[in-house]
Write a protein that binds this ligand. Structure first.
Ligand code: IMP
Length: 459
């Protein structure tokens, strides 16, 4: 019998642990195709295997399985230089990318996009990977797509590509100098660098819309791997503190060019909340300004631990220290940028917005073990604004400061121990999961209790 196709969507602000869940589902061996349909190298999906960590940014998480077909679809903004590095890194670990295919309609992240993101993205706290400026040029009809560089026969179309780069670069240089006071870029150097990357990826370029339709026709089962979290969606997130693509099911339609409705639409929810970068975060623990200042770690540096005194402060109700506890235990530092993630209690209002956006019918709950040893756990079940209670996520983000989270309190547990089934979990942990299920209104099918593949309890 055909395995149902699955959509994986982040149901919070990103970093929910989607990579692990994707890997778990693909590992079962009966999903044939994994498709990335939105975002770009701003995503960071980490998969932990026996031989170490595999952080993936652009390449779909199915790449670790030889037989799985991996597709970077048209909705992804693709930085070919970054992609080549990722392919080469995987090669050094004996992972082949022979089964990786790239859409000819995907827009390319060009050096001017990265430069503009670095110059302008700070106010939004972007990942500076050029994502926003590339999507802007897509909508502004100035973009350069993979198909402008590589033709139908998998050959480099040097003449057309060079002309496009020279045209757009001239426009951008004008903007760079007159508006941003930036050094102009050299189109010839860009052409050279991109052509070298094109040599590596040219055999992988396809009309992925047609390819996906064909594979659907052959009865293949799909996993559509969403990037970012639903609350970062360009329309339904905390605009303007969002990414520039449609996240979840809407992005899946746009990105794949196919009318797909995966039978399973699985939202990935972390047992607490995190957010990276600027923007409102109603159930946040501690003031962001302080976290930015005091919680940085040097690249490759070791993660902080809380002293017993600091733990006492957290348990006595100091939000900053409780946030820092979750950050330390959960290793909440960005895979893409290394920034400390802001931590908070789980926000059901936000999760329910994600459920609505993608018609989520299953939940995978991740990182439950991070809550070990916290005697009282809070969950935000509603907001209070102007004396009224609401369970709808507000559009007017400039009012969000005045939305006060309404918390329910649940008993914590000492440790999840080495539970190998849901039934073996401490009663308080089982109650936590069941209460979340009730508040979210969607069954929780997977409970993840550790970073390794094996630490996943199916229900
Ligand atoms: P951009 O996507 O780089 O433009 O960044 C816009 C916002 O989305 C910033 O707050 C980023 O931190 C956030 N963001 C983008 N991608 C991710 C992700 O994969 N995980 C978490 N946050 C993300």
């Amino acid at each position: 019998m055909k395995r149902p196709s699955v959509l994986i969507a982040g149901a919070q602000f990103g970093d929910e642990g989607k990579g692990k869940i994707v890997d778990l589902l693909v590992q079962k061996g009966d999903l044939d195709v994994v498709v990335r349909f939105n975002g770009g190298a701003n995503a960071g999906h980490t998969i932990v295997l026996d031989d170490g960590k595999y952080p993936l940014h652009l390449i779909p998480s199915g790449i670790l399985h030889k037989e799985t077909i991996n597709i970077i679809a048209a909705g992804v903004v693709l930085d070919p230089l970054f992609l080549v590095k990722e392919i080469e890194n995987l090669k050094t670990r004996n992972i082949s990318c022979d089964n990786l295919f790239i859409s000819d309609r995907a827009h390319m992240v060009m050096p001017w996009h990265r430069a503009l993101d670095a110059a302008q993205g700070g106010r939004l706290g972007t990942t500076a990977k050029g994502i926003g400026p590339t999507y802007e040029d897509r909508a502004g009809r100035r973009g350069i797509r993979v198909g402008d560089m590589i033709d139908e026969n998998g050959q480099i179309d040097l003449e057309h590509f060079s002309q496009r780069v020279r045209e757009v670069c001239a426009e951008k240089n004008n903007l760079f100098q007159k508006v941003h006071n930036l050094e102009p870029l050299d189109p010839e150097a860009i052409i050279k660098e991109f052509v070298a990357a094109a040599e590596v990826i040219k055999g992988k370029v396809r009309d992925t819309g047609a390819m996906i339709a064909d594979l659907i026709g052959q009865g293949k089962s799909f996993l559509y791997e969403g990037a970012q979290g639903s609350l970062l969606d360009v329309d339904w997130g905390t605009y303007p503190y969002v990414t520039s693509s449609s996240v979840g099911l809407a992005g899946c339609y746009v990105g794949t060019g196919n009318c797909v409705l995966p039978e399973v639409r699985m939202g990935v929810v972390k047992a607490y909340g995190t957010r990276v970068g600027e923007g409102h975060f109603p159930a946040e623990l501690g003031a962001y300004e302080r976290i930015k200042e005091q919680d940085k770690v040097a690249p490759g540096g070791s993660l902080p631990h809380l002293t017993p005194e600091e733990q006492q402060q957290a348990l006595a109700g100091d939000d900053y220290w409780m946030g820092r506890w979750l950050r330390a235990v959960g290793a909440e530092y960005g895979t893409t940028t290394g920034r400390p993630r802001r931590c908070g209690w789980l926000d059901i209002v936000a999760v329910r917005q994600a459920v609505r956006m993608s018609g989520l019918n299953q939940i995978a709950l991740t990182k439950l073990d991070v809550l070990d040893g916290i005697p009282k756990l809070k969950v935000c079940v509603a907001y209070e604004y102007q004396g009224k209670r609401t369970t709808d996520f507000p559009a007017r983000i400039h009012h969000l400061h005045d939305y006060k989270p309404v918390f329910e309190e649940l008993e914590g547990w000492d440790t999840l121990g080495k539970a190998t089934s849901f039934d073996e979990l401490p009663e308080q942990a089982k109650t936590y999961v069941k209460k979340l299920e009730e508040w979210i209104g969607v069954p929780i099918k997977i409970v993840s209790v550790g970073s390794h593949r094996a630490s996943s309890l199916w229900r």
